[in-house]
Design a protein around this ligand. Structure first.
Ligand code: IMP
Ligand code: MG
Length: 174
């Protein structure tokens, strides 16, 4: 077991998710919204978030994106391993992601979705590692911001471990 330190507790997370949900509810009130969860890391965030949104006609879909290796980092080549089940032409889409780090994954994915002529595409991220950004990407809704460090918990893993932790922890190197 790796050593870890608490970064965000249950209350911090709850407050962040509910404040994001409130903004989304305001922005899309009375309309429809296709929420696209980026698996696996965003599944806990997504499930809490959708239950806090009010007055919006919500549909959900799920994608799996490949993580890129160092060889493809510069080209920003990301693969869609599991695509959307539904068409998004003419619809409001909200990408729900766990963490935005370099921004390469979401820049690639947002560009892909824009080619399908949706009405709009916005991004909602639970965690923003702003200082680590390598490509420019606008985040429309952000839950929590953090500096450097590798986090786990609340759906986020390290080698598939720790997804079930209710809090967000930073792995401490020893
Ligand atoms: P980006 O393309 O560099 O923005 O990478 C974002 C993806 O890297 C996220 O969706 C996560 O899957 C993964 N990632 C980045 N930072 C962390 C972390 O601290 N813990 C776990 N996964 C992370
Ligand atoms: Mg991810």
């Amino acid at each position: 077991m790796a050593k870890k330190k608490l970064l965000f507790g249950k209350d911090d997370i709850h407050d962040a998710v509910s404040s994001v949900a409130e903004k989304i509810s305001e922005d899309y009130r009375g309309g429809e919204l296709m929420m696209v969860c980026v698996l696996k890391g965003a599944f806990v965030f997504m499930s809490d978030l959708i239950r806090m949104i009010e007055g919006v006609d919500i549909h959900v879909d799920f994608v799996v994106l490949s993580s890129y290796g160092s060889a493809t980092t510069t080209s920003g080549e990301v693969k869609v391993l599991k695509d959307l089940d539904s068409p998004i032409e003419g619809r409001n889409v909200l990408i729900v992601e766990d963490i935005v780090d370099t921004g390469i994954t979401l820049k690639f994915f947002k560009d892909q979705l824009l080619r399908r002529k949706p009405k709009s595409v916005k991004i909602c991220a639970l965690l923003d590692k702003k200082e680590r950004r390598e490509v420019e990407i606008e985040l429309d809704y952000v839950g929590l911001s953090m500096q450097d460090g590798f986090v786990v918990g609340y759906g986020i893993d390290c080698d598939e471990n720790y997804r079930n932790l209710p809090e967000i922890w930073v792995i401490v190197e020893d």
